[in-house]
Design a protein around this ligand. Structure first.
Ligand code: MN
Length: 249
């Protein structure tokens, strides 16, 4: 049987350190093909390019850059460039965490969502960067373990997996925990300043923080565990559906 095709993409751009570590880490699990944006596309969420042609550049064997978003990459790969549906989509390794409510902003997670929508087992992998050296090789070893398990078992309940890895040396990581998304805490998330011409401007972002409640992704990272959160895309609030049955509209 032909080796399964593993599609690797990201939102930091094809030249990012994280995607190279991920491609290296998955080597041997299948035929690794990297199809990723030609430039940084962080926080582009699940956007798709509809208003212009999308061009693809062959950089080297198994490495293609796309003038588009992470979602464009997965769509082009699965519907055209690979000539077949990949066995797995692995997105990352993102430079920075994708925790809690932030998954809705993330281009890294959106690429895995697109794979999930296409019926492909999919994983988003992020390194919770902080100060000091970045442990991409360690993160890639955990990504490989989780990818191998997903190839073996298929998606649990059809879920996509959002993986966050603490930025620690391998021996300092305490294990892998199955978690739930935490809540983002909005601290100084909009900063207002005045430009040199006296006009106000805003800077969005501030210093992100998340609650670290029991079983949350953030708590796992803080305690030195790899966090694996299974996600699905049915955003329906079923309790609200029941509550609204009594509404007169
Ligand atoms: Mn990113």
């Amino acid at each position: 049987m032909a080796a399964p095709v593993l599609l690797v993409t990201n939102d930091d751009g094809i030249r990012a350190e994280g995607i190279r570590a991920l491609a290296d880490g998955l080597e041997g699990l299948g035929r690794v093909v990297v199809i990723a944006p030609d430039r940084e596309q962080s926080a582009t969420s699940h956007s798709i390019t509809l208003d212009r042609p999308v061009r693809v550049n062959h950089l080297s064997e198994g490495w293609l850059s796309v003038e588009g978003t992470p979602t464009d990459c997965v769509l082009l790969a699965a519907n055209s460039l690979l000539g077949e549906k990949p066995a797995l989509v692995v997105s990352g390794i993102n430079h920075g965490p994708n925790l809690g409510d932030d998954v809705t902003y993330s281009g890294t997670v959106a690429a895995a969502m697109e794979g999930h929508l296409l019926g492909i087992p999919s994983i988003a992998v992020s390194l919770s960067t902080g100060s000091g050296a970045l442990h991409f090789a360690t993160a890639a070893r955990f990504a490989r373990r989780i990818a191998a398990k997903l190839l073996e078992e298929g998606s649990p309940n059809g879920a996509l997996l959002n993986v966050n890895i603490p930025n620690l040396a391998e021996e300092a990581i305490r294990g892998i925990r199955i978690t739930q998304l935490g809540k983002r805490l909005y601290v100084d998330s909009v900063i207002e300043k005045t430009d040199p011409r006296g006009k106000p401007y805003f800077w969005i972002g501030g210093s992100p923080s998340w609650d670290a409640g029991k079983n949350t992704d953030h708590a796992a990272i803080l305690e030195g565990y790899v966090s694996v959160t299974p996600l699905h895309l049915d955003l329906t609030d079923y309790k609200a559906v029941v509550e609204m049955e009594n509404w007169t509209l």
